[in-house]
Design a protein around this ligand. Structure first.
Ligand SMILES: Cc1cc2nc3c(=O)[nH]c(=O)nc-3n(C[C@H](O)[C@H](O)[C@H](O)COP(=O)(O)OP(=O)(O)OC[C@H]3O[C@@H](n4cnc5c(N)ncnc54)[C@H](O)[C@@H]3O)c2cc1C
Length: 613
């Protein structure tokens, strides 16, 4: 199937980009491995930041830059914040509910790291409200959706082929479907799901980032992973910052509000500070029993807030706690601990949302938006409420940029947000500032694993169990190694341990994959029909095995890259805390770029755009 634009991902970023593209008559398809309304955007609880007025725009920009700890790019921050109002208003006018005060103004709640209450919300189901509308509007504009369709390989445009080729596994049919397009937008969300305790949906494991990395596309700022302070201890399920925004406390085993010892903003300090404080309380023996006999949690206390207010403002959190712990949070203390939550890093993009190659020049026809991209609004630490904003503005921006590239200003519908052609052309000319020369490289990195198509379609599935070990155990091992090396605090020895463990796993997986591929290729050569084998891993009973193969590949690649990026950054900065390098080093006030050059793994640092020409 051929389209002008293929969008991978049906979350807020993918749907918003789709609206703009389809409204401007681009033949647009969105591919999603789940139904669009099961994308992770739907789980966003607390709210979306919208500046209160003109004056607040400046403060919102300043607070976002401060939270980014020196590596948020000023141009990206300013663009997203300035376009917040009109972008969200578009969805509101189409039907998205955001809570309104009696005065008719948008209701706003406090969120961490922000002096004023500017986070707009619909109860604690903000993502649900926004994504429903964005999806409806994308359908209305004529976007074609392909659900239950997982992308597992991409061939980018080249001198020989002027279209991108996207290979997908249509799960409900057990078939491989191929797509081609002139433009490709990556909106597959983040990868915090590769940590053992995380707040993300199962699909957020960065599979597209790892596929593109293997094709030579760099990834940026991978060492910055946000740990949200309050996840349920066993499942990692998020209890939104809205719980603290509405007045919730954090208590240690002595029943004391310990956050005041760490920051004057107490529970509403930025997330990295609160997560580290909880971790420190636990390490120093003031943790509470997390339900398994180990003192690895602290308490979230909402008992002083009226039940009516909780049910009105935090119904989702109330239900989650009741369903997953059996507790009534208006009456009881809830055990919480930090949970991997958000990826600040991702695919490097320029101010138009176009993906950059290793030499920082735009890649032909390749764009990214939302959590998958790093433009870099969040720098080293994201402010709560800024991500939903980025998905919407960034989605419209990428959609608009693609329309402008395609049609060179011959547009039928106004772009959203109202971009001007001048801005687009001016930004396209700009390059990122040069870095400071810090550079590292590692020889013979075996980071390219097979594409798996032959294995998926031709491997004699009944033999799978004999040759392949249980991949889910290996995935669990990878997750644990990642968390041990690149958790809330990192140091040289833990990073080195994890790196060597992951390298060992990589070597054995490569061997297993090669054997599988060999056997599948042999089978394919004896099979004279062009159809896929009925005994393949894509046949009904073997689908979980096929899923594990795909999930294993991206877990392994991304975990290794996060560990390498965290090892190379020898300083502490916001979400990246090295106990062996506890101070911030201005030499590292730069973005890290990790990429493959042949079999060499390269890490280089590029400058931050600080807003000065
Ligand atoms: C529990 C939770 C609460 C949050 N609360 C807030 C909040 O209150 N405020 C805020 O600002 N931010 C919040 N965030 C962050 C925010 O929700 C996300 O960053 C944002 O929604 C990401 O949107 P997206 O469009 O980039 O991707 P997602 O919504 O994650 O969608 C990704 C899409 O990619 C598809 N996909 C992935 N891989 C493939 C593949 N291989 N093939 C095909 N399709 C694929 C998926 O099917 C999905 O459609 C929260 C995050 C979580 C986890």
């Amino acid at each position: 199937m051929d389209f002008d634009l293929i969008i991978i991902g049906a979350g807020l970023a993918g749907c918003c980009a789709g609206i703009t593209a389809a409204q401007n008559n681009l033949r647009t398809a969105v591919i999603s491995k789940v139904h669009p309304l099961r994308s992770h955007s739907v789980a966003a609880q607390g709210g979306i930041n919208i500046p209160i007025d003109e004056q607040d725009i400046e403060l919102h920009i300043r607070e976002t830059l401060a939270s980014g700890s020196g590596i948020a790019d000023a141009d990206a921050v300013s663009f997203i914040v300035k376009n917040a109002q009109q972008s969200v208003e578009f969805l509101q006018k189409c039907g998205s509910l955001l809570q309104i005060e009696q005065s008719g103004e948008l209701a706003r709640r406090n969120f961490g790291g922000q002096k004023v209450a500017r986070t707009c919300y619909y109860k604690d189901r903000t993502g649900l409200s926004l994504l429903n509308t964005a999806y409806e509007q994308a359908l209305r504009a004529g976007v074609q959706f392909f659900d239950e369709c997982e992308v597992f390989d991409i061939q980018l445009k080249s001198a020989e082929n002027n279209l991108h080729t996207i290979k997908t596994w249509k799960k409900d049919k057990g078939k491989i479907l191929n797509f081609t397009s002139e433009f490709l937008l990556i909106a597959n969300g983040g990868y915090a799901g590769i940590y053992p305790r995380n707040s993300n949906c199962l699909g957020n494991i960065g599979n597209i980032q790892s596929i593109l990395f293997q094709k030579g596309i760099p990834l940026i700022d991978l060492e910055f992973v946000q740990f949200h302070p309050t996840g349920l201890t066993r499942s990692g399920i998020l209890l939104s910052e809205a719980a603290r925004g509405e007045g919730g406390y954090l208590l240690n085993s002595q029943g004391r509000r310990f956050m005041t010892d760490y920051d004057e903003r107490a529970e509403l300090a930025p997330r990295d500070i609160v997560a580290r404080a909880i971790f420190t309380e636990i390490e120093q023996g003031r943790g509470v029993d997390s339900g398994d006999g180990r003192k690895t949690a602290v308490h979230l206390d909402l008992r002083h807030i009226s039940r009516d207010k909780i049910l009105e403002k935090l119904p989702e959190i109330y239900d989650l706690v009741l369903n997953f712990t059996g507790k009534d949070l208006s009456q009881e203390l809830i055990e919480v601990a930090p949970t991997a939550h958000y990826s600040m890093g991702g695919l490097p993009v320029n101010a138009n949302g176009q993906v950059l190659g290793p030499s920082l020049t735009p890649v032909d026809g390749l764009f990214a938006a939302g959590e998958a991209a790093c433009m870099s609004l969040h720098g080293a630490n994201r402010l709560g409420g800024n991500s939903l904003l980025e998905t919407i503005v960034g989605g419209f921006l990428a959609g608009s940029s693609i329309c402008l590239s395609k049609k060179k200003a011959d547009l039928t519908t106004p772009l959203l947000p109202s971009l001007t052609l001048d801005r687009f052309l001016a930004e396209a000319e700009k390059t990122r500032p040069e870095g400071n020369g810090i550079f590292s490289q590692k020889e013979n990195c075996n980071l390219t694993l097979p594409q798996l198509t032959t294995i998926l379609t031709q491997f004699p599935a009944q033999e799978f169990a004999q040759i392949a070990p249980n991949f889910s155990f290996i995935i669990e091992e990878i997750k644990q190694s990642l968390a041990n090396g690149a958790g809330i605090f990192r140091d040289q020895s833990r990073l080195a341990d994890s790196a060597s463990k992951l390298e060992r796993i990589n070597a054995s997986i490569n061997q297993i994959f090669s054997q599988l591929e060999e056997r599948a290729t042999a089978k394919a050569s004896t099979d004279t029909t062009s159809r896929q084998s009925t005994d393949s891993l894509l046949a009904q009973p073997y689908l979980p095995a096929a899923q594990e193969l795909l999930d294993l590949r991206c877990h392994l690649i991304l975990s290794q890259l996060i560990i390498e990026s965290a090892d190379a950054r020898k300083e502490s900065r916001a979400a990246h805390q090295r106990s062996d390098f506890p101070t911030t080093d201005t030499n590292f006030q730069a973005h890290s770029l990790i990429y493959l050059e042949g079999s060499k793994l390269m890490i280089k640092y590029t400058g931050v755009n600080n807003g000065q020409e």
